[in-house]
Write a protein that binds this ligand. Structure first.
Ligand SMILES: Cc1cc2nc3c(=O)[nH]c(=O)nc-3n(C[C@H](O)[C@H](O)[C@H](O)COP(=O)(O)OP(=O)(O)OC[C@H]3O[C@@H](n4cnc5c(N)ncnc54)[C@H](O)[C@@H]3O)c2cc1C
Length: 445
């Protein structure tokens, strides 16, 4: 049995995979092109950098994202454990101090004598070496070209945008207030409220603002990460029903009936670092020119003097034609010792990338031990995601987040479950976790 493996890309999927394989005793060459070459979105040379939001989504196991995290934790995820350790207050979701998070992961990787970090750009797949390719949506173009040549399939593209971050000390708290929606959990969010006139002024600046030029090939936006200017172009009220919805947000300094909306629109800001100095604008991913972003942000009541420490940008994401290239165990149909993981496979999101990184590593370990590879059924969230990206009848694969729509229906009475969504999620969630525990036992045999 070979003892040497390669993991390409020390991002979310690659870091999770490398740590898992090193814990299994392999000598892992972790090949990462940063800091020699940049992706355009990463700003540090740390592994597992979160390129945009610091939120890993809901931590409630009755939600799709919460269930996925729990499944990965049961299967042995290191990164989700670190995320819990680095959590910052954000109501019912798991958000992390972004620098603390990747610093902890770097410390773990550095502490492993059997992980060799090689700062090179990987350009050619070597089918003789067991490998996990986890180079992410911003994979270097030389490798993207080699994937195309090796597997005879075109790669696909879509756009993803980053939201700005500002300094808390520059917010005017005479206007902004602390609250969580419907007072659920502690008041972790900063809220900047608007009346109708202020919203219309903001909207006019937004729809007339200049955008940064986009890349030359055709790509679409991902619905779950739509730039605000694209949302705004769909109608004046789209943002008020999206990231700027005012419902359930109350400034307790003003007396109103709890059920009535106090405001016409609200911009929310989420804590971004452990020290609570930095806050990101929730749902404000954008591709506007930087001067325009400044003008727009400073038109938000409470943010008139906001100091912007990171501006939004947009990037074209690459993903492979997984239905043609991959098996459900995440190795390729062409070379059984070459695996793909992370966003490059067509899953979308931090949690999805971490979880597929872990799953590819579990199967690479099994492959090398000549054990049967694991496939998950679509009663589990991770299984449903992999099922989706490898479904051969897709006309064209579209990137996919964890969501209940891809999970197998329950056998229980449909009418009863339609009325009781909570019960439905409880049943689906416990069915998934039972299955994952069963798989975990197989892995440990
Ligand atoms: C602009 C943008 C914003 C996003 N915002 C969010 C968000 O807010 N929330 C969310 O859940 N998801 C977001 N995503 C999607 C996705 O979750 C992240 O991109 C996530 O980091 C993907 O994890 P990964 O491990 O697949 O890739 P990455 O974390 O990007 O890791 C890939 C690594 O491979 C390296 N690499 C690339 N090519 C090579 C090569 N040839 N040789 C060696 N190394 C290489 C890169 O430097 C990088 O370190 C965003 C994506 C983009 C592009």
């Amino acid at each position: 049995m070979t003892n040497k493996v390669r993991v390409i890309g020390a991002g979310l999927a690659g870091s999770e995979a490398a740590i898992y394989l090193s814990n299994k005793g392999y000598v892992v060459d972790l090949i990462e092109m940063r800091p020699k070459y940049t992706t355009g979105a990463h700003t540090s040379d740390y592994p597992a950098e979160l390129v945009c939001s610091n939120s890993l989504g809901s931590s409630d196991i009755l939600s799709a994202s919460g269930l996925l995290k729990q499944e990965a934790l049961i299967l042995g995820s290191t990164l989700f454990k670190i995320a819990q350790k680095c959590a910052v207050p954000s109501g019912n979701s798991l958000s992390v101090d972004r620098f603390g998070f990747c610093k902890e992961i770097k410390e773990i990787i550095d502490s492993k004598p059997n992980i060799n970090i090689i700062n090179e750009k990987y350009e050619k797949i070597d089918p003789d070496i067991p490998t996990i390719i986890a180079t992410g949506p911003l994979s270097a173009k030389e490798l993207a070209q080699d994937i195309k040549e090796n597997f005879g399939e075109e790669n696909f593209h879509f756009f993803d945008a980053i939201a700005p971050i500002i300094e808390k000390d520059t917010i005017n708290f005479d206007k902004a207030f602390w609250a969580s929606r419907w007072d659920k959990g502690s008041a972790d969010f900063i809220n900047c409220p608007m009346n109708k006139e202020e919203y219309e002024n903001f909207y006019n600046i937004l729809i007339n603002a200049q955008k940064a030029p986009l890349h030359d090939f055709e790509a679409q936006f991902f619905e779950g990460c739509m730039p605000i200017e694209v949302m705004a172009s769909r109608g004046i009220d789209t943002l008020r029903f999206g990231p700027m919805k005012p419902v359930g947000l109350f400034d307790k300094r003003i007396k109103t009936e709890f059920k009535k909306n106090q405001f016409y629109a609200v911009v929310q800001l989420r804590q971004d670092d452990k020290l609570a100095n930095l806050y990101n604008l929730v749902g404000f991913q954008t591709n506007l020119k930087w001067g325009e972003q400044k003008r727009l942000i400073q038109a938000i009541p409470g943010l008139e003097n906001a100091s912007i420490i990171r501006y939004g940008v947009m990037h074209a994401n690459t993903f492979i034609n997984s239905p043609k290239i991959l098996n459900k165990s995440l190795n390729t149909k062409k070379y059984e010792n070459i695996f793909f993981a992370g966003q490059l496979t067509g899953v979308e999101g931090y949690c999805e990338s971490i979880s597929t990184g872990l799953f590819a590593a579990i199967n690479l370990d099994r492959f090398l031990k000549q054990k049967e590879l694991i496939t998950l059924d679509n009663t589990t969230m991770l299984g449903a995601l992999i099922d989706y990206i490898t479904f051969e009848n897709h006309k064209k694969l579209q990137p996919i987040n964890s969501n209940w729509g891809i999970v197998k229906e329950l056998n229980e009475d449909k009418k009863k479950l339609k009325k009781d969504k909570n019960l439905k999620n409880q049943l689906r969630s416990s069915r998934a976790l039972e299955e994952i525990k069963r798989i975990k036992e197989i892995i440990e045999e």
